[in-house]
Every structure is written in structure tokens, then in C-alpha cells.
Design a protein around this ligand. Structure first.
Ligand SMILES: [Zn+2]
Length: 227
């Protein structure tokens, strides 16, 4: 059992039927998307079906060679399990974003995004057939803003259920999400963001489904009081 399940008991954002409501965009199964966030903007990832991973990658707008670092985020946060309050750092220790809402508490920062190589190496029964992948979708999302494919490293794998047993063997269990589960970050500086609906059947309990996202702009006018 992934220790992340017990780490945040009582501290998670409560699940509600309307959680993450608003003007959602949908990333179809096995596809990706690009968004740009300014300082203070919030991005919420929502699993609309359940049991679906979303890979998230952040790049500094002012320096596109500086990107999310799972290693520094783990080091400074002193945990491999990000959740509300976790600061997401870059390779040069810039504070890119903070996690502000999380209904799940089970996310991964150890694995790279699935790629064609992943499928070729780990799933030889596929015979090298072309397969959609998070890496290809992140490259497609971030190349237009100048991000080199070789600079897309370890992602924040939202809702991914990865854990290591006492012998050091890695386990990838189905995501524990149900429809409406969400994960929100707030940008701490302008960032380019690549998001995927993960393409690897094996990480999503055998079925790849969409991911929804919602952006709350920090400069959006406040809703007018009723009446
Ligand atoms: Zn993937």
C-alpha cells in the first residue's frame, strides 16, 4: 500500500460533487494541452471519470531552459509525496508554483513521462508499434514556446499511484481517484505548463480517459455581489 494514502489523512481538500466546477477545458484521452500562467493564476486538474493520471510539467517563462525539478522539490519539501502546501521548484531552485488544493494526496514525482521508448522497452509485446505518449504530447505542447524535447525530464504525475516496497521494488497501482477529484497549483512566477491525459494503459487501470482543467486568473474581476 502506498504510504501516501495515510500521509495526508484529515488534511486533504474535501471532495464535493461540484468540486472544480466552472468553465472547464477537456483534454481527450491520450492527448495533451498547453497553458500559460501568470503569477497568482491557479490551474486545477480534474479527473472527470476516475482512475486517470495527468502528467504536469512546468517551465519558467523567463528562462525556458529552467524547468520543474522533481529532485529539488523532493529535497526542499522533504517528501516524495506532494500535496497542499508543497512548493514546486525549478532546476535552479526558483519557486515555480505552489500546490493549493488536493482531494487525493497520491501523486508521483519519481517517474518520467511515458514515451515511445517506455512502451518499446517495458511492453515488448506491443512489438514497437507507435503508441501515444505523455512525452510526445508534452513536446508538442511546449515546443512552440521554445522548450527542447531533451529538457522534458521527470514530471509531476498527478493522481499517479507509485510506491516502493521494503525491498526497493517499485509498484504502480491504479490511481485512487473518483470523478471530480482535483489538484490545484498557483503560479508563483510566469510559467509555461504542459498537461497530459496519460497515455499508458498500465498506469490508468487499463483504460485511458480524459482530464479536465480549469484556470482561475488572478486579475479576473471579482464576481459582483448579488442584488
Ligand atoms: Zn503517461
Amino acid at each position: 500500500m502506498n504510504p501516501a494514502f495515510s500521509r495526508y489523512v484529515g488534511k486533504l481538500t474535501p471532495r464535493t460533487p461540484e468540486s472544480g466546477g466552472g468553465d472547464r477545458e477537456r483534454i481527450p484521452a491520450q492527448r495533451g494541452a498547453y497553458v500559460r500562467l501568470e503569477t497568482g493564476d491557479q490551474l486545477t486538474l480534474i479527473d472527470p471519470v476516475g482512475e486517470q493520471v495527468s502528467d504536469l510539467y512546468l517551465v519558467d517563462v523567463e528562462d525556458v531552459e529552467d524547468h520543474f525539478s522533481a529532485g529539488r522539490t523532493t529535497d526542499y519539501g522533504n517528501t516524495i509525496y506532494p500535496s497542499t502546501g508543497t512548493i514546486l521548484y525549478s532546476s535552479t531552485s526558483r519557486r515555480l508554483a505552489a500546490v493549493t488544493r488536493d482531494t487525493v494526496g497520491v501523486h508521483d514525482m519519481t517517474l518520467t513521462p511515458c514515451s515511445q521508448d517506455t512502451f518499446d522497452i517495458l511492453y515488448p509485446h506491443l512489438g514497437g508499434a507507435a503508441h501515444p505518449s505523455c512525452h510526445a504530447n508534452l513536446v508538442a505542447a511546449l515546443a512552440p514556446v521554445g522548450v527542447d524535447a531533451r529538457h522534458i525530464g521527470t514530471t509531476l504525475n498527478v493522481f499517479m499511484n507509485v510506491w516502493t516496497d521494503p525491498e526497493g521494488e517499485l509498484h504502480i497501482d491504479p490511481p485512487p481517484t473518483v470523478a471530480g477529484d482535483l489538484f490545484t497549483i498557483r503560479a508563483l512566477r510566469p510559467i509555461h505548463v504542459g498537461i497530459t491525459a496519460c497515455s499508458a494503459e498500465g498506469s490508468n487501470n487499463g483504460h485511458c480517459t480524459p482530464i479536465d482543467y480549469l484556470i482561475e486568473r488572478s486579475d479576473a474581476p471579482a464576481p459582483r455581489p448579488a442584488g
